[in-house]
Write a protein that binds this ligand. Structure first.
Ligand code: ATP
Ligand code: MEV
Ligand code: MG
Length: 419
């Protein structure tokens, strides 16, 4: 294995169907190729595996001996074999065996990331040691833009590479991407419990996808080719929230009021299906229907209790200024809102809208293309000495997004990413 190498995966925007996607309804999501998580995999001279997550202020090293109680005990052979062949559910037995590796993190926000790391490590590359995994994101974390999924995709890709499960040097095959996506779904399960799989799917494959997880756990993808560049604004409220908690709250609401909530989820699914049809053939004749679906989808999410007063500020302002339709995107509860602009919205009005959000509410706004490159790999022989020096600087210091994009952004930078 020639080290160092890098992996990368984009964030995402759910256009229609968040939360209902968890209940086997279809949903539409697009990758946000310009907002990504990067992972640098380097050799160390230790007998450990190290995790460095500076964006959340977490780093940890596990010595190989800490895994030996699992790997060297023959009683665990069947547990490990079964876990390594199950990409639909977490192995409860392996989960409890791993518990001792992060028990002191139980109460911290880092527990999910540590559990995701150790679970994927022991399943994908248990024999490697003296390796450090460093992560940097240009993606707002915990914002509803798929940051957890982008980390899971990076870990799955890096560990599959280290484990010799990905061997290509010219590009990632569909088989590689399926393997990455399957294990990224397991990583998402470690991070947030009951994901639908849409976040890791669109982060793996890029572009845009109509996604549906069937009741039997199989998944259906319909890729929205040539995704239309719809004029939109992403607003990050900076209000922290947890997808795991929000998804759990909806599950409780469904359990308490099945006759009220089930029809809402079904309506969201129908809305997502119609939305995908429009996005596949967007024109002046159906553009306003797209805006109407955005408005209705947000109203249904409010009914599920996953909006937030801070998100309603964005929705109310876009309504008051009549510049388009706004909905929360991702799990909600804060995080991000997506505003799809009317066709005739002037640049002046957009500037006024963004300025009010940024200056009055200290929100951040992004106008970025949707779709684009999914997970990508930068092999060691494509990293020159001088580039490596700059890359190490990015991962060891708090370099700003502009520098990270300039040096690393797949499809824009000079580095030869494969995807
Ligand atoms: N760059 C990162 N470094 C380390 N951990 C990260 C990073 N980005 C995300 N995470 C992990 O993911 C968690 C946030 O996941 P969460 O699902 O709540 O938000 P999200 O994925 O951004 O939103 P959504 O799931 O609604 O799209 C963080 O608490 C952290 O554990
Ligand atoms: C809230 C949710 O629907 C999307 C989170 O980005 C959860 C999921 O589908 O995994
Ligand atoms: Mg997430």
């Amino acid at each position: 294995m020639v080290l160092p190498f890098l992996t990368s995966a984009p964030g995402k925007v759910i256009i229609f169907g968040e939360h209902s996607a968890v209940y086997n309804e279809p949903a539409v999501a697009a990758s946000v190729s310009a907002l990504r998580t990067y992972m640098l995999v380097t050799q160390t001279d230790s007998n450990a595996v190290e995790l460095d997550f500076p964006d959340i202020g977490f780093s940890h090293a596990w010595s190989r001996h800490e895994f030996d109680h699992i790997l060297k005990d023959e009683r665990n052979t069947t547990i490990l074999q079964e876990a390594r062949h199950n990409v639909r559910e977490l192995s409860p037995e392996l989960t409890s065996l791993l518990d001792s590796l992060h028990s002191e993190l139980k109460k911290s926000m880092f527990h999910h990331a540590a559990f995701c790391f150790t679970y994927l490590y022991i399943c994908l590359c248990p024999n490697v040691k003296g390796i450090k995994f460093s992560v940097r994101s240009t993606l707002p974390i915990g914002a509803g833009l798929g940051s957890s999924a982008s980390v899971s995709v990076n870990l799955a890709m890096a560990m599959a590479k280290l484990g010799g499960l990905i061997t290509g040097t010219k590009g990632l095959t569909l088989q590689d991407k399926k393997l990455i996506n399957d294990w990224a779904f397991i990583g998402e399960k470690c991070m947030m419990g009951t994901p639908s799989g849409i976040d890791n799917a669109v982060s793996t494959y890029g572009n845009a996808v109509l996604f549906k997880r069937e009741i039997d756990g199989t998944t259906n993808f319909e890729f929205v080719e040539d995704f239309p560049q719809i004029p939109m604004i992403l607003t990050y409220t900076k209000i922290p929230r947890s997808t795991k908690t929000l998804v759990a709250n909806v599950r409780e609401l469904l359990s308490n009021h099945p006759n009220l909530v089930r029809p809402i989820l079904v309506a969201m699914g129908q809305l997502a299906t119609r939305g995908a049809e429009i996005l596949n053939s967007l024109d002046n004749g159906n553009y306003n229907e797209l805006l109407e679906l955005v408005r209705v989808n947000h109203g249904l999410l409010v009914a599920l209790g996953v909006s937030h007063p801070g998100l309603e500020i964005v929705r109310a302002l876009s309504d008051t200024m009549e510049l388009g339709s706004t909905k929360l995107t991702g799990a909600g509860g804060g995080g991000c809102a997506l505003t799809i602009l009317n066709k005739d919205t002037s640049e002046k009005l957009v500037t006024e809208f963004k300025s009010k959000l940024e200056k009055t509410h200290d929100y951040a706004t992004y106008q970025t293309d949707l779709g684009g490159i999914g997970c990508s790999l930068l092999l060691n022989d494509c990293i020159s000495e001088d580039k490596l020096e700059l890359i190490l600087k990015i991962f060891n210091h708090n370099e700003d997004k502009a520098l990270i994009d300039e040096l690393l952004l797949p499809g824009k930078c000079s580095l030869s990413w494969i995807f």
